[in-house]
Design a protein around this ligand. Structure first.
Ligand code: ADP
Length: 608
């Protein structure tokens, strides 16, 4: 497969890519199967010291085992297929990128993808392991010049240019196209999706269909108050009002217009006063991005990947174009009606993080896509745009303590069926508290980690071992999750005080029987732990969401420090600030990106 520098995505390609990203597809690169089987049927041929053939190799990436097969033909790298991996989608893309560079240059040691060091190293380790079996050394591989990139035009023209192909950008692009605009989306990574793709995709929607079925009372006013209180009343009430009032409509749009499948259960995210969060198919952002991309494509939206925007261009005070770069070439994207920034947050930009909040340094792991580097904020600031709340950076409290990856097995907590304890075997916080509050409490515990405890009945009720089977197996293999017949045995695995843990569980069970958690006043239904085996998972906080960003008005127009509109420039999604205040509640981001993405699309399409 030749390197894609400018791709008009087809739904089929996206589906294939996303399946590969999901880790559920066993191969990367459609040519892989053919080349490997051809090589397998031919007699191995010697070229230098390298023997032609197909070899398998293993390495350890961010998510665990990476297994590849390498095909050598005429002494050159002919194909590399990823047979197995557990990398999350954003990091799986790094492997795709490296694979292409290796094939283009006929080298197996290449520069890693920045921000995806663990995945890059694991992939290179696996390829080196496979290559070693060919009998050759790296010196036997004749380096090649990478093939010249596909010729790109110097400029493109559309009504609306959207920068960033995550959830906000795609929602904006679809809506602009539905309103009659010709739309081009430019995306800096080699695939669409951003943080949205690697999220669980859950979406808060007050008054939704599942709440109605279950008799849960909810309304926009309640959601509005939850968002404001959850962010310590730091958010702009006007923007919160727009979010609260339009979240349900956005969910219905996703379901009915974009064809997103939602599961038939909800999750109760910390800080919400009622259970209101819808869950897309397989509790994964992959469902959202796959369907949004297919819808955009059906409407004729062009998506140019590997195309980072670098500058916004103003003509007579109005933003009319975006300067982008692709393989060293400068390209101008003219947006006659407007430009929408949907470049996400800055969780992967260490310098920007520390500049805004010195506590968020390199010691803190991150759940973020490598593309979340604050580019949109920087480009708009160059035009005088104001930023707001930049110091508020959220950590997700229960991530992989070795890699920072979000752990979806931990959703058992969000179903109200797990407690968090420390090494001393004691609970230390309400398990459904806000993310920032739990994170802060975890950092104060021994080793800066927490241990999530649950029982077999909770496992069965939540099904997290089935829904997130790969992650579950990977955690067990790496010893970060233990399943044991007794509490004592489970505690011993991590050196937790078993006697105290048993007391903690007995107390908790008593609270459940009494219907009131006397220690932490845990919200929701209290369900006792009754059934062996027991599970304990070790977790730590990791950077997850940057609440700050560009200041916008309710029409998503980007504002200056003087509150003046920067004509022609719109922004939606994590690139914006003042929507969540000091702290974003779980599942509010998807509501945010779809609600404001749609407004941005509508506004830009309607601009003269
Ligand atoms: P949101 O949730 O706000 O949609 P995401 O993180 O899901 O944010 O998506 C943001 C997208 O923007 C990512 O795919 C990211 O790679 C892309 N992006 C970031 N910076 C640039 C840039 N300079 N040019 C083009 N795309 C960018």
């Amino acid at each position: 497969m030749k390197k894609q520098v400018c791709v008009l995505f087809s739904a089929v390609m996206v589906a294939a890519l996303l399946t590969a990203c999901d880790g559920s597809q066993k191969e990367t690169g459609e040519a892989a199967g053919n080349a490997a089987s051809e090589a397998g049927t031919e007699a191995p041929e010697a070229a230098g010291k390298i023997t032609d053939g197909t070899y398998e190799g293993e390495g350890t990436g961010k998510g665990g085992l990476i297994k590849v097969s390498l095909t050598i033909s005429n002494g050159e790298l002919a194909d590399i297929a990823v047979l197995e991996h557990e990398e999350t989608p954003g990091f799986a893309d790094a492997m795709d990128e490296l694979r292409q560079v290796m094939l283009d240059t006929n080298q197996i040691t290449v520069d890693g993808v920045s921000g995806a060091t663990l995945s890059s190293n694991g992939f290179m380790e696996a390829v080196a392991d496979a290559f070693a079996k060919s009998g050759g050394t790296e010196a036997d591989l004749a380096a090649k010049e990478a093939a010249p990139a596909e010729e790109r035009a110097d400029s493109y023209e559309a009504d609306v240019i959207v920068v960033g192909a995550g959830g906000a950008g795609l929602s904006a692009a679809i809506t602009a196209a539905e309103n009659g605009a010709k739309v081009i989306v430019i995306e800096k990574m080699n695939n669409v999706g951003g943080n949205t793709l690697i999220s669980g995709g859950e979406m808060a929607a007050p008054g939704n269909w599942l709440q109605k079925e279950q008799g849960i009372e909810d309304d926009t006013e309640r959601f509005y108050n939850d968002i404001l209180a959850g962010g310590d009343h730091e958010a702009d009430p006007e923007l919160v009002r727009v979010l609260a009032d339009n979240a349900l409509d956005a969910a219905l749009w996703l379901r009915d217009d974009v064809n997103v499948t939602f599961e038939d259960y909800m999750l109760f995210f910390g800080g919400h006063s009622v259970e209101r969060s819808l869950v897309p198919l397989n509790a994964s952002g992959v469902e959202l991005i796959e369907k949004l991309t297919a819808k955009a494509e059906a409407l004729g939206v062009e998506i140019h990947t590997n195309t980072p925007a670098v500058e916004l261009i103003q003509t007579d005070g109005r933003v009319t174009a975006v300067k982008a770069e692709s393989d060293g070439k400068e390209i101008i994207y003219q947006g006659n009606r407007g430009v929408i920034l949907a470049t996400g947050g800055f969780g992967s930009n260490l310098e920007m993080r520390i500049a805004n909040n010195p506590d968020m340094d390199e010691k803190i792991l991150s759940t973020n896509s490598v593309g979340s580097t604050g580019d949109g904020i920087i480009m708009a600031e160059a035009l005088g745009a104001a930023t707001v709340d930049m110091q508020y950076i959220q950590t997700y409290p229960t991530c992989d303590p070795e890699t920072g990856t979000l752990l979806y097995v931990g959703d058992v907590r969000l179903e109200g069926r797990a407690i968090l304890v420390n090494l001393e075997g004691r609970r230390f916080i309400e398990e459904l508290e806000r993310r920032d509050v739990i994170s802060m409490a975890v950092t104060e515990q021994t080793g800066g980690v927490s241990y999530m405890f649950w029982d077999e009945a909770s496992m069965e009720a939540s099904g997290v071992n089935v829904k997130h089977e790969k992650e579950y197996n990977n955690l067990i293999e790496r010893g970060l999750l233990v399943k044991a017949d007794t509490v004592e045995e489970a505690a011993a695995h991590f050196g937790i005080d078993a006697a105290q843990l048993q007391k903690t569980i007995d107390n908790y069970n008593q609270y459940c029987a009494d219907g009131k958690d006397l220690e932490f006043n845990k919200r929701g239904e209290l369900i006792a732990f009754t059934d062996s085996p027991y599970y304990i998972m070790k977790t730590t906080p990791a950077i997850h969401h940057t609440m700050g960003g560009l200041k916008i008005n309710t029409k998503t127009q980007v504002l200056t420090k003087e509150n003046e509109v920067i004509s022609g420039l719109y922004a939606a999604g994590e690139v914006t600030g003042d929507i969540h205040g000091t702290n974003r509640l779980g599942s509010d981001a998807i509501a945010d990106i779809v609600v404001f993405g749609r407004i941005a699309g509508e506004q830009a399409a309607a601009a003269e």
